[in-house]
Design a protein around this ligand. Structure first.
Ligand SMILES: *Cc1c(COP(=O)(O)O)cnc(C)c1O
Length: 389
C-alpha cells in the first residue's frame, strides 16, 4: 500500500459525506427517511466505507444495483436495510432472504419467479414495487392507457405468498433538468405515481410503509415528492449544480505527483499522434494518471490539472498510464510535487462539462488501481488498495 501511495491516490473525505448527509437531513425534515444510493461502489467512493458511515450516522436505507453489491455490504458487517434496484437472477432469492436484503420488483414475470423461488426456500422475500411512470426503463408500466393493467399487476404481486411488499417507488427521468417542459414531465410522473399508490392501496385494503421517488434533482427541487423517503446519490457525494446550490462538499479529491520533468525546444510534438506541438521552449511534467486510472481520454489537450502554482494545461493525448502537463511558468513545481486532478480546487463538475458528460461518469471511472485514502474527523482512518495482492 505505502509503495503505491505516492503515485496516484483518491482521498475520500467521509466528513464531507457526513456533512452533506446532515444538510440534506435538515432540508427534508425529521419525518422523511433517508436512503443513500451506494451502487457502483458508492459512485467510486467505496460502498463499504460509505455504507458504514451512513449506518453510523443514522441513515435509514441503502440502495445498490445488484445482489453482489448488496452481499458485499452484508459480508462486511453492514446491518441496515439494503434495497437492490436492479436485476437479480432468481437463483439468488434464497440468499437475499438469508441476508435480509430487499429486492425491487419490476414486472409480473419477476414477481412470479421470485415468489415461487421464495416459497421453495421456505421464506418470504421483502420487496419494493417499481412503477414506471415515464422513465421507460424498469417497473410496472402505468402511463398512457396502461393504468388499469399496471395497478392490477402490482396488486397481484403484493398478494403473492412469497413476497412481502414493504415499499413502492418510481424514478424520475428529468427532475434534474431545468425548464417548464421538464418540470411538467416530473409533475406528471409524480401525480401518476400517487394515483397508482392510491388505487393499489384501496384494492389491497392496506398501505405501503415506504413510498419513495426523490432522487438528487427532486430532493433539491421538488419537496412535495419526498413522501416517506428520499433517495439521493450524487447529492450525497457533493457534486453537481444542486450540491453547489446547497453548499455541499465534494467527497473525492484525486491526487497525483509529477514523476518526470523535461524541457523541449519549440516545434516538439508531445505524446501519441502529436496533437500538441510546443511553440517555444517548454517545460513538461509527466504525471502518472491515465485512462486506465479513470481519466477520460476525450479530455486530452482540453483541461487543466491543479498544481501549487495554479492550473497547468494538460497537453497531448492522455495515455493509458500517464499524461503530460505544461509547467513552463511554474518553476516551483518539481519532481514529486503534488497535483490535484479533481477535487476542491479543480472542480469535477467543470472537468465533466469539458468532457461532455456528467460527474457520475468521472467518479465511477476511477479504477481499482487507484488506492483510496479515507479521512474521518480530519484524520486518515483507512487506506484501501483494491488490487488483489
Ligand atoms: C441511481 C439512482 C438514484 C440516485 O440518483 P442520483 O441522481 O445520483 O440522485 C435513485 N434512484 C434510482 C432508482 C437510481 O437508479
Amino acid at each position: 500500500m505505502e509503495s503505491t501511495l505516492r503515485r496516484t491516490w483518491a482521498e475520500i473525505n467521509l466528513d464531507a459525506i457526513a456533512y452533506n448527509y446532515k444538510k440534506i437531513r435538515e432540508k427534508i425534515g425529521p419525518n422523511v427517511k433517508f436512503l443513500g444510493v451506494v451502487k457502483a461502489d458508492a459512485y467510486g467512493h467505496g460502498s463499504i466505507q460509505v455504507g458504514q458511515l451512513l449506518e453510523d450516522i443514522g441513515a435509514d436505507y441503502l440502495a445498490v444495483s445488484s445482489a453482489d453489491e448488496a452481499l458485499e455490504l452484508r459480508v462486511n458487517g453492514i446491518k441496515m436495510p439494503i434495497l437492490i434496484l436492479g436485476h437479480t437472477p432468481k437463483e439468488q432469492v434464497g440468499r437475499l432472504i438469508e441476508y435480509n436484503i430487499t429486492q425491487a420488483i419490476t414486472c409480473k414475470a419477476k414477481a412470479d419467479e421470485y415468489s415461487a423461488e421464495a416459497l421453495k426456500c421456505g421464506g418470504k422475500l421483502k420487496v419494493h414495487i417499481k412503477v414506471d411512470t415515464g422513465m421507460s426503463r424498469l417497473g410496472y408500466l402505468c402511463d398512457n392507457g396502461y393504468f388499469d393493467t399496471g395497478v392490477e399487476g402490482i396488486v397481484e404481486a403484493c398478494n403473492m405468498p412469497g413476497l412481502e411488499a414493504e415499499g413502492i417507488f418510481t424514478h424520475f427521468a428529468v427532475s434534474d433538468e431545468h425548464g417548464p417542459e421538464n418540470d411538467k414531465y416530473t409533475k406528471h410522473q409524480f401525480e401518476l405515481f400517487i394515483n397508482v399508490i392510491n388505487s393499489v392501496e384501496e384494492k389491497l385494503g392496506r398501505k405501503f410503509s415506504i413510498r419513495h421517488c426523490a432522487n438528487t434533482g427532486a430532493t433539491v427541487r421538488f419537496p412535495e415528492t419526498y413522501l416517506d423517503m428520499v433517495r439521493p446519490g450524487l447529492l450525497l457525494y457533493g457534486y453537481g449544480e444542486f450540491a453547489k446550490e446547497m453548499g455541499l462538499k465534494p467527497a473525492m479529491t484525486m491526487k497525483t505527483t509529477v514523476s518526470t520533468i523535461k524541457i523541449y525546444p519549440a516545434g516538439n510534438a508531445i505524446s501519441y499522434g502529436g496533437i500538441f506541438v510546443t511553440d517555444k521552449t517548454t517545460r513538461i511534467g509527466v504525471v502518472p494518471y491515465g485512462y486506465a486510472d479513470g481519466f477520460l481520454r476525450c479530455l486530452s489537450n482540453k483541461c487543466s490539472l491543479y498544481t501549487k502554482e495554479g492550473p497547468a494545461k494538460q497537453v497531448g493525448k492522455i495515455c493509458m498510464d500517464m499524461c503530460m502537463i505544461d509547467i513552463t511558468d511554474m518553476p516551483s513545481v518539481d519532481v514529486g510535487s503534488e497535483v490535484e486532478i479533481f477535487g476542491e480546487k479543480n472542480s469535477i463538475d467543470e472537468l465533466s462539462e469539458i468532457a461532455g458528460t456528467i460527474p457520475y461518469e468521472l467518479t465511477c471511472a476511477v479504477s481499482k488501481r487507484v488506492p483510496r485514502v479515507y479521512y474521518r474527523d480530519g484524520k486518515v482512518v483507512e487506506k484501501e488498495l483494491m488490487l488483489r495482492m
